[in-house]
Design a protein around this ligand. Sequence first.
Ligand code: HEM
Length: 237
Amino acid sequence: MPILEKVTETQVWKSVFRHPMPTDRRNRVVVMLTNFFLHLHPVSVRKQGIALSYTWCMGGTTFFLFLVETVTGVLLMFYYRPTLEHAYNDILALRDVTTLGILRELHRWGAHAMVIAVWLHMYRVFLTGSYKPPREFNWVVGVLLLVMTLLLSFTGYLLPWDQLAIWAVTVGTSLAGYSPFIAKQFNIGLLGGVVVGPETLLRWYVLHVLALPFVLVLFLSVHFWRIRKDGGISGPL
Ligand code: HEM
């Protein structure tokens, strides 16, 4: 008996791979339903739903970029310290001294790309009318994801603690202070004072690496789950 057959006959193998090769429709359905990772996807999808010309794969690209941001971001956390004393120099050192300094560039360019991708994704969903019933709720979840993406971008912008960062955040939050929706008190809480200072750096760091990604992942799970429940990616109009 060839070695491969011997292996596939073992109880261990059979406990992992419970079904025959998915070469026919029935077995493909069974595999989709019983595998943990695959069951997150619909059993079958419309051909159009996976056509690049229809989706532009912009939702997928946004998700991919989010993963890139997560991996590079976690690695950056091993180095960067969010204090007045260290922040700016840590960023310079990341570029000039540290091994794999390219991580910082990947994280920054990835962030720009994610913002562009999420807008293009929203634009595609709008153009194909995919916000219409039954997908209205997923559009609303999408708007939250857009806001989270922009807030991640804005909070991350402060962390290098250079002149551009400090003044961009000063201008941005001053503008927000004039909005009828964001009270001045809230703004002060967000900054940890009346001007951008050390408290702002720490608060925005925590928002950037913890709170905002947590909320984004939560709503992303709802987003993906809804795509499945709404019958997969939309079809022709
Ligand atoms: C972090 C941001 C986001 C990620 C990672 C994401 C991811 C995805 C993915 C992977 C899909 C499957 C189809 C595709 O790739 O086009 C999708 C579909 C969808 N997304 Fe997003 N999305 C995000 C933000 C948004 C935004 C901002 C909106 C709208 C305001 C939105 C609304 C929708 C809707 C309505 C669908 C269903 C489209 C259809 O059935 O054709 N999403 N999303």
